[in-house]
Design a protein around this ligand. Structure first.
Ligand code: PMP
Length: 427
């Protein structure tokens, strides 16, 4: 196998320079198992960031499901096949009643693009409301609704039909402290009114119910519920992007939106859905699916093929049989408590937030809460050196993201928080 220096050189020759590598000294990972990754030299890493490998790297039941079905048949959705029906039923059984019609796609971006198309078709409106710092995918249609990209390097702002609500962040956002939910919801009201006055049309509200790339953000109480009510009263459609947060990660519920006590009109899911296999979906109501059925066929070469459905079924089965949602709840609550306790010890830790195994540590400097971006980068690189993988995110890259495979244990949590504690002390 090639060493890191050779691989970096070859990447520069053969891969797009727009693709990045993690860490100051990139890792040459050759093996994964459970919540661990292994480098070429045999060094073992505790993976606290790979949410896609939801039930653990290379889970034998998921690998077996893929291999077994690949040997039998892999076609497309134009043939009758029981696997797709079984999988659609199992998936929709995890969702509130009414959300029971599936479209299968291959990536989170593809699912979000389709959801956007459905919502814009049924409202006959392009006016889309999004949250500041949101990320919804890498397609042209989604860069347009992703401030994380269009406000970042190389971005050129939103189109006129995209309306941004200030990031609902009671720690460093426009409105701070307790009871800010109403104030952020009022921002939604203002935009909805503007859409009605200026364009005389309906809003499409695209939202991640707990925000990942925006810095592991949990909304102020009541914000999302009020925002959904406002949009619905105006005849609009609410889409929940569950691509980073779904499938039991939040512990208390299977879906992130449930923990915010809302029910979307359209849900998108991906990433963890196939444990690394490219599998995603859009799920909506029969009424919306029927309205969208205007004669134009929806065909997808790969989406919903028998191998993908076998993999997806295996992932759902492992989540259930291994009690992974419950594990996310218990291990996540334990880690959250331990990290929260560190807040009083280290001034650098401004905020610890999260649900289940979706946790963020926001690092700040001084009383003006300025972002400790350099320190966050130092910490994740030093943690990597001692065998723990984390990443940073948020508009200022000062939030340490924790979203490990769901097999993460209390022992892993102890290892993680003890290491962060020691490292911050030495900074
Ligand atoms: N939505 C959210 C919330 C995401 O986090 C991502 C990926 N980071 C996407 C959409 C896009 O998914 P994909 O990379 O599978 O296209």
């Amino acid at each position: 196998m090639l060493n890191s220096d050779k691989l970096i050189n070859l990447r520069q020759t053969y891969l797009s320079p727009s693709m990045s590598l993690s860490y100051n000294e990139p890792l040459n990972i050759v093996k994964g198992k459970g919540q661990f990754l292994y480098e070429l030299n045999g060094k073992k890493y505790l993976d606290c960031v790979n949410n896609i490998q939801h039930v653990g790297h290379c889970h034998p039941k998921v690998v077996e499901a893929s291999y077994k079905q690949s040997k039998i048949l892999n076609t497309n959705t134009r043939y009758l096949n029981s696997l797709i029906i079984e999988y659609a039923k199992e998936l929709t059984d995890t969702l509130p009643e009414g959300l029971d019609v599936c479209f299968f796609t291959n990536s989170g971006s593809e699912a979000n693009d389709l959801a956007l198309r459905i919502a814009r078709y049924i409202t006959q409106s392009k006016e889309t409301i999004i949250l500041e710092d949101a990320y919804h995918g890498n397609l042209t249609s989604l860069i347009e609704i992703s401030p994380y990209k269009y406000n970042g390097k190389g971005g050129d702002g939103p189109p006129k039909f995209v309306h941004t609500i200030p990031r609902p962040d009671n720690f460093r956002g426009k409105y701070r402290g307790n009871n800010t939910g109403d104030k952020y919801a009022n921002e939604v009201k203002k935009i909805v009114k503007k859409i009605q006055n200026d364009r005389n049309t309906f809003p499409v509200f695209f939202v991640e119910p707990l925000m990942g790339c925006a810095g592991q953000l949990i909304f102020p109480n009541g914000f999302l519920k009020q925002a959904f009510d406002i949009v619905r009263k105006a005849g609009g459609v609410c889409i929940a992007d569950e691509i980073q947060i779904g499938f039991g990660r939040v512990g208390s519920h299977f879906w992130g939106f449930e923990s915010e006590e809302v029910i979307p009109d359209i849900v998108t899911m991906g990433k963890s859905m196939g444990n690394g296999h490219p599998l995603s979906a859009v799920i909506t109501t029969k009424e919306i699916a029927d309205s969208f059925n205007n004669g134009m066929e929806y065909f997808n070469s790969f989406g919903g093929n028998p191998v993908s459905c076998s993999v997806g079924k295996a992932v759902l089965s492992v989540i259930k049989t291994e009690g992974l949602q419950e594990n996310a709840k218990v291990s996540g609550a334990y880690l959250f408590k331990k990290l929260s306790d560190l807040k009083s010890k280290h001034k650098l830790i401004g905020d610890v937030r999260g649900r289940g195994l979706f946790i963020g540590i926001e690092l700040i400097k001084g009383d003006d809460l300025s972002p400790a971006t350099v320190e966050a980068n130092q910490i994740i690189n030093k943690m990597k050196d001692i065998g723990i993988l984390l990443s940073t995110d948020g508009p200022d890259q000062n939030v340490i993201k924790i979203k490990p495979p769901m097999v993460f244990t209390i022992e892993n949590a102890n290892h993680l928080f003890e290491s962060i504690d020691k490292l911050i002390e030495l900074l």
